[in-house]
Design a protein around this ligand. Sequence first.
Ligand code: PEP
Length: 255
Amino acid sequence: MDKYIVAGNWKMNLNLREGEALACELASYLEDHPPEKSRVLVGVPYIHLAAVTKVLASSGAVVSAQDCSEHQKGAYTGEVSATQIKSTGAGAVIVGHSERRAYHHESEEVINQKIRRALDEDLTPILCVGELLSDRKNQRQESVVSEQLKGGLAGFDAAALQKMVIAYEPVWAIGTGETASPEQAQEMHAFIRKYLGEYYDAETAREVSILYGGSVKPDNAREIFGQPDVNGGLIGGASLKAASFLELIRIAEFL
Ligand code: PEP
């Protein structure tokens, strides 16, 4: 397991030229300063996958899609399959992001199927879980997250889990500037690890990378990444500028 994973999520931002330019800035830093403790991942729009993979080829960074179809192939207009993602040279795919759950009504069954498609193609699935503000206000965060884990991971054995990354992203902290406190993040990450330990086994749970996502920025990353059960971050806004994303990589590297 890498000590940290610093994963960007560009969401639906940056045109192709802008994406390539940002990837070039990342590549030139990473080629000169290859991270020793952390793995860098960049989640880009589908149209950027092939070009960004090329730009980052010698950087050690992994390029990720932000979603994939639950179907293998066929008449699904507008969808992109895990096989197609793999063919671009990408190595990972974000699955079950809260924005997909909210705006595309993705069910646990669909998310589970997407993970299966990703694993079939040897792509690392990054399974996102996290509660709404109303869940947290009603102290339902643990039951919501355990249901998401149960549904998403149904039918996968420990060997499959070892190929995945989990991202805890409280929905109330995504893109809002509101961050979970380091204590809140640690509490949920420890809960997730305990849940996985019971569902699988202690060693598998210890090894799985659990990322925190929700308004991570250079000024709060040190404390969050420093929590014992936090293995890095899934970063939206702060991954759109090389300066802030590279700063997050440096923070993980020198913690
Ligand atoms: C995300 O995109 O998953 C995310 C956490 O976004 P932000 O860092 O902007 O809150």
